[in-house]
Every structure is written in structure tokens, then in C-alpha cells.
Write a protein that binds this ligand. Structure first.
Ligand code: 3PG
Length: 350
């Protein structure tokens, strides 16, 4: 009996999907650990400009060591590469520090809700700044993804991991109102900055010899150079020294380990996310980034026994369904002929 023979393109398409699936699962798992340590650090040592700088410094050091010991191949770069990378690094720096400031102000899940809107920013920037359009079914699939993710987080704004009792319900407390405002603005700025970063990173990596992993390493190093003077100007060594004494007396030397863990996991999850960005479109990346937030919420429920309400489960299910619809629309409906035709006039995922 003869076995059906699969075409090589079908096999390689399937292998690519498996690879991206593994990247996504690793990206999300590393991000869960990052979120836990990041919030523990920000509660004990509330200096988001410094912790943002340290996470970039740690990633840069890890990559320099990897290149020196040949664990990773050193990229071949020229002046033109670094020049093109500069605006991307500015966007990465702004997106990173804005998200960290946002998370330092209120509950982590508040930032995640606002940041679940990233795919909407991606299509808006593509449409109005780059003049690229998607089929209306793609735009429609974003509604359940973003709405579902927001619903999944909305009732449990007091993640146990934050250790502080900050309620979402706006009270007359002006301090809380300001915190919420800054947190909201930080997350919105981060959304916009990361969308620019993703789109221009993708353009920068396409057809170039620098891999996603090395591209992110170079991005970290350049962002570190950009951020360091601003961190010193906004917070500065005096504040850090005083804050450090308080953290040591309240928590003990463990804070140093938390900072190390937060920094290492920040680099690792971003590195894996860039390895997937090398293979997918910026919009698919933003959707992956939104779905990542569901995994943060679900793991918080499992690890910290956070009470979950039916609306959260419903929201998560809606978001997962929306992502499934998106993948069906973009991967099947537009494949292979119509997608190729579509690419002639519009944007096409990699
Ligand atoms: C950062 O510091 O860059 C943020 O905490 C993470 O933002 P992301 O969840 O979009 O990666």
C-alpha cells in the first residue's frame, strides 16, 4: 500500500509552525518568571529607571560573554548597521522604561490590560504611517483578542505577586489617581514605541546576516548607552543608595538575587521573542505578545492561587479563540495564491 507523499513545502511549513510554537512557549514561560521578579524588585526597590538599565546591562554582558566564548557567533556589523539600529534602540529604550515605570506604579495586571492593545497599535501604525493595509477579517479578529485579554485580567487587579494592596476602583485618593494616570500613559507609550521597534526591527533583520538573537543583543547594547545618562539624571546614585539601604533593611540581601533574576529573565525572554520575530510579521508578534499576557495571568492564578472569576476565564477563552481565528484567516484564507497576490499590493507576514 503506497503512503501519500507530502510535498516538501508542506513539511517545511509544518516544521516552521512547530519551531514558532516552541519559541512562543519559551518566550511566554520566561516572561512569567520575569514578571514575578520584576514586581518583587519594584516593590522593594522602586527605581524603575535603574532596574530597566540593569536589565539591559545584564543582557549586554551575557551576550558579550557568549560571543567571547563562542557560545554564540559574533555578528558582522558595520557603521551602517548601527546607524539603522539607532532609531530602533530609541524606541526599545522608550518602550522598556515606560512599561517598567507603568508597572512600578500600580498592579502589574493594570499594565498588562493596557498593553494587550498592542496589536491595535500595530495595525494603526501600519495603516496610517506606512500605508499598509490588512483584510477587514484581520482587523475584526483583533477585537476578541484584545477584548478577551482585557477581560481575563480585569477583576484580579491585585495580583498576589505585587504584595501591595492597590485596588482598581478609583477612590478619592489623588495619589492613586495620579499613579493610575502615569501607569496608563506609560503602558500606552510602551505600546506605541514597541510597535515602531517591531516594524523597524523586522525591516532591519530581513535578508540581513544578523540573526534575531544577535540583533536583539546589539539592540540591548545600544539601548543601554542611550538609557544610562537618563537614568542617572532622573533618579541618580544618591536616590539609589538610600533606596538600597531601605531594601536591605526591609528585605535583606535577597533583593540582589531578585534583581539578578529579573535582569537575566528580561534578556532571555526578549531574545527568544526576537528569534520568533525573525520568522513572523510584526502584527503576529504583537498578537503573540498579547497572548503572552494570558499566560502571565493564568500562571499567577496557578502559582499564587489568585481567585478567578468566570469573567476572567471567559475573557481568556475569547482571546484564545480570537487568536485561533486570526491564524486561520492569515495562514489559510490567504494561502497560497491569494496571499501571494495580496502581497503584491499590501503587507504580507514573513
Ligand atoms: C519591559 O520592561 O520591556 C516590559 O516590562 C515588558 O513589556 P512587554 O511585556 O511588552 O515585553
Amino acid at each position: 500500500r503506497s503512503e501519500p507523499i507530502e510535498a516538501p513545502e508542506v513539511k517545511s511549513e509544518a516544521a516552521k509552525k512547530v519551531k514558532i510554537g516552541i519559541y512562543f512557549a519559551t518566550w511566554w514561560a520566561l516572561n512569567v518568571v520575569f514578571n514575578i521578579y520584576n514586581k518583587k524588585v519594584l516593590n522593594a526597590f522602586p527605581y524603575p529607571w535603574l532596574t530597566s538599565t540593569l536589565s539591559l546591562a545584564c543582557g549586554s554582558l551575557m551576550m558579550l560573554i557568549s560571543w567571547a566564548t563562542r557560545i554564540a557567533e559574533t555578528p558582522k556589523t558595520d557603521f551602517e548597521f548601527w546607524k539603522t539600529l539607532f532609531p530602533v534602540a530609541v524606541a526599545h529604550t522608550i518602550g522598556h522604561v515606560a512599561a517598567t515605570v507603568s508597572m512600578s506604579k500600580v498592579a502589574v495586571s493594570f499594565t498588562h490590560i493596557i498593553k494587550s492593545g498592542e496589536p491595535a497599535f500595530s495595525v494603526l501604525v501600519s495603516r496610517f504611517i506606512l500605508g499598509e493595509t490588512f483584510p477587514s477579517s484581520v482587523y475584526l479578529s483583533l477585537v476578541p483578542i484584545i477584548g478577551g485579554c482585557a477581560l481575563a485580567a480585569v477583576t484580579e487587579l491585585n495580583f498576589n505577586m505585587i504584595g501591595k494592596n492597590i485596588s482598581f476602583h478609583l477612590s478619592c485618593d489623588m495619589g492613586l489617581a495620579f499613579s493610575l494616570y502615569f501607569s496608563f500613559m506609560g503602558a500606552m507609550i510602551s505600546n506605541l514605541a514597541f510597535v515602531f521597534r517591531n516594524i523597524f526591527s523586522k525591516k532591519g533583520m530581513k535578508g540581513k546576516s544578523v540573526s534575531g538573537m544577535n540583533y536583539y543583543a546589539c539592540l540591548s547594547m545600544l539601548s543601554l548607552l542611550i538609557l544610562t545618562p537618563f537614568a542617572i539624571a532622573v533618579e541618580g546614585p544618591q536616590m539609589w543608595a538610600a533606596g538600597w539601604q531601605t531594601a536591605l533593611s526591609e528585605i535583606g540581601p535577597n533583593v540582589a538575587w531578585w534583581i539578578a533574576a529579573q535582569s537575566v529573565f528580561y534578556h532571555l525572554y526578549n531574545q527568544v521573542s526576537y528569534m520568533s520575530l525573525d520568522e513572523i510579521s510584526p502584527l503576529t508578534f504583537s498578537i503573540g505578545n498579547t497572548m503572552k499576557r494570558i499566560s502571565v495571568i493564568v500562571s499567577s492564578i496557578i502559582i499564587f492561587h489568585t481567585p478567578v472569576q468566570p469573567v476572567n476565564a471567559l475573557g481568556a477563552a475569547i482571546a484564545v479563540l480570537g487568536t485561533f481565528l486570526y491564524s486561520q484567516i492569515w495562514e489559510i484564507d490567504l494561502l497560497p495564491t491569494s496571499r501571494a497576490q495580496y502581497a503584491v499590493e499590501n503587507v504580507i507576514p514573513a
